[in-house]
Design a protein around this ligand. Sequence first.
Ligand code: TYD
Ligand code: MG
Length: 452
Amino acid sequence: MARAVFVCSECGAESARWHGRCPSCGEWSTLVEERAAEPPRGAPRAGGAHRARALEPVPLSEVEAPRVERLETGIGELDRVLGGGLVPGSLVLIGGSPGIGKSTITGGALGNLAAAGRKVLYVSGEESAAQVKLRAERLGEHALRVPIVVETDLDTVVATIEAERPDACVVDSVQTLYAQGLTGAPGSVGQVREVAGRLMRVAKERGVATILVGHVTKEGALAGPRVLEHLVDCVLQFEGERERTFRTLRALKNRFGSTNEVGVFEMRERGLVEVEDASRRFVAEATRAPGSVVLCAMEGSRPLLVEVQALVAPTEIVPPRRVANGVDRNRLALVLAVLARHARLGLGSSDVFVSVAGGVRVDEPGVDLAVALAVASAARGVPLGAAGRPLAAFGEVGLTGELRHVAHPDRRLAEAAKFGLEPVIAPGAPGRTIRAALRAAMGAAERAEAAA
Ligand code: TYD
Ligand code: MG
């Protein structure tokens, strides 16, 4: 049996025994078990005289970089987030909470690849073949063409991949596989690392595009934490709330493409459906009631209009509640502080709820102004927007009450114009402060009411 060593996940120091505290860097609970690499036979011993041959550096301009043909999964939004499809021999980690749709999207992708004549393999360590079949029946005939093995022993899985040599392979999930020779339970850091490392070697050696499905811990980190993220070529994160239908797929790391791309999906009766024109859906659903503002957001390189809703209600609770769904809590706190200090809108004795409709998460500074306007509109009970159309806005709010520019204003404006949302309240239009923006938004709403 291979010798086991304990490696500190902070400093990388090795130790023959487990310690609660790393003897090298002093961090607590960082040692994880790993299998020691066996030195290749005939290799010179450490410290032995070994004359290495010097290499001849090559100018980058002369390096040959063959264009690899990508494997298109046939799921447009997934291909886009990957940077144009799966790269042969690459290792992709796709993470998300249980029930979000990881097995659904990977099963669908393999099905499409199989239908396109590619050799594929689905390794399930989590569900029985019958369970996977039930899902595939909902997804359609392509998904039913995918060959499956149900196995949790890593050696057997690796042997199967080597024998089958598929073009693309899904391992669902990386936490259920078990490496013999390590004492840790499946899913422990040492195990997950060993499993991913072995699968990576097979992927590179045999040119198998491998998708590892991973669960997300309560804190939201991909399990087998940072160690795994360093190892793989691409980390995709599936987000959204289980009860809601909208899901977003984001690249957190991508060696073969941009990390800005975001895919939007909807979970339907027959699997995940790509939402190509998400803006249209969200604008059509915008309520136009007090507290509703359309945010011109950027999801990667794509503009996306989403509805931000706010509710302000008097409360006796101290401190009052601040609930944020789909936007960062700290951003909400900042916006409320700026409203109180610079726009005379103190909400110290009110609960404030803010959410992005449809269960979408917006992680960018441009959300501030839309949140501020939605909260102000809710607090005053004034609906914003005119002529039956919701008000659109974007921009970052600074600590001194100024509006700050955010990336791609032109694309955001163009997207709003596509749906007739004009004018858009944004930094510089009509002013540079939150007060100017509020005055313009409220003023337009009042004029519209007077005219009606
Ligand atoms: P699943 O892909 O198994 O999630 P994960 O692998 O991330 O744990 O399924 C996600 C949920 O979606 C599950 O609760 C059932 C539901 N679902 C549908 O609504 N429609 C469908 O066609 C499928 C396949 C699943
Ligand atoms: Mg699953």
